[in-house]
Design a binder for this molecule. Sequence first.
Ligand SMILES: [Zn+2]
Length: 275
Amino acid sequence: MARACAWLHLSSLSQSLLPGAYLRRAPPSSSMLPSRLYSPARLVPLSNRSKLPLTASRAHARRGPSLKENGVASAADLQFEAPLKIVEYPDPILRAKNKRIGTFDDNLKKLVDEMFDVMYKTDGIGLSAPQVGINVQLMVFNPVGERGEGEEIVLVNPRVGRYSKKTVLFNEGCLSFPGIYADVQRPESVKIDAHDISGARFTFDLSGLPARVFQHEFDHLKGIVFFDRMTEEVVESIRADLQALEKKYEAKTGRPSPERIETRKKKVAVGFGKS
Ligand SMILES: [Zn+2]
């Protein structure tokens, strides 16, 4: 459990791992973050942006061939009620398709604020939109896990350009699986691109803990949950806990669990492909 706690309550280690290239745009009213987080020296160099396959202006296009895959979220898709509640396994919302975001407005900023709120309240360091019942391509994280410390990262429509060959094992937790922690093997670093909260597209490399948090949340945006990536032996160690969540869901909803760990496919079928 000691390592699991490290996942939730980060040490200062993460500070040095963050390239700091992906800062949250603070709303005018926000005074939570120290100004040093917005130092221009920590922003992505413009030269990086020019290398991106998608420019910001193209990203604002209403609908192109590249957006057809999951569709673009409508205003109704982005409606939410505060305070947000964490969706727990085996709710089918966690397996549903997540639409791309095409509108970067005040509603999106409010949703992001509420996601950070619930993330901090539940001692999380990362949270994806489907985990609060909104099936869109949006994630927030702060590897320090404390409001006012570290960096608040908002990624809209993120994509992975490259995974490292080197993989590492890490003890993960997930807000949608309260109290459950287990080892997951993932690439040590990733090259990604995403929109920020205002719609600008940027790219950067992540390694260490930020890469770990990103990949966990990125999986959520694809309907993948962390036990999908665990070995049979590791799943076995948390099987009873997963079944308890299935029973809890059935008692709460009066419906049969939409999935059961008992009928999980034997092999680990999830790979690390490009998006
Ligand atoms: Zn999770």
